[in-house]
Write a protein that binds this ligand. Sequence first.
Ligand code: NAP
Length: 254
Amino acid sequence: MEKIGKRFHQKVAIVTASTQGIGFSIARRLGLEGASVVISSRKQKNVDEAVEKLRASRIEVLGVVCHVSNSQQRKNLIEKTVQVKIWKIDVIVSNAAVNPSADAILETKESVLDKLWEINVKASILLLQDAAPHLQKGSSVVLISSIAGYQPEAALAMYGVTKTALLGLTKALASQMAPDTRVNCVAPGFVPTHFAEFLTKNEVIRKGIEEKSLLNRLGTTEEIAAATAFMASDDASYVTGETLVVAGGVPSRL
Ligand code: NAP
């Protein structure tokens, strides 16, 4: 970690769903690189614990409860950020997602379809609507998609479709938010987190995933964070509307 630079010095970064897993590692990485980070998730206790851990790494951090499909909490997240952080936002990483059902698409209940759309796609759009007036010139948005957006396996099919939607959303927003804000996407492969444990804790499934990866292993949250930090940083200043697949060579596209 000593080798990490300070690409986010004096920058303010919001990361949603960031009290554990990939979101937490992204917040930590941006913070170690000098950002003031605003972390959030649904539960106050999780927010408090994550804030403590980041402060222990000497990261400047604000923790706010925000269920991404709650309009008032989304607005509060943006308001708290701009109040404390002198009216500016440089980076937004939209990371929240759910996969409430492993049912086949034609058997998925309407309420589940609505929830998938609401949290995995719509909440990102609404958060960016609230944030847009505060985004700085040179700011950057990163949406977190998934390898399942390219290749939706049976247990991830409808979830995968919402992640495919983010690839299109990235292109559309990049065009509409240019030239002041870049919009990119990161598509992680399989990473052992709470979210993915129904796959990664099953020995047979885990082995199958590892075999599909050219690197013969699962990814780490830190590897997804490193790619996200690159996309969010000025090192990617001529990159917008793109998706970076971080999946150890699991097939995505040509
Ligand atoms: P995770 O380890 O289970 O962490 C989920 C985080 O999201 C927690 O901090 C949780 O905290 C918060 N959260 C859950 N629902 C929320 C909501 N509605 N609003 C706000 N916060 C919420 O999950 P993860 O694996 O890091 O997944 C993060 C992202 O990576 C997701 O977009 C996922 O689709 C994507 N991804 C993951 C993998 C993988 O293999 N892990 C692969 C590809 C893509 P609270 O419980 O306090 O809300």
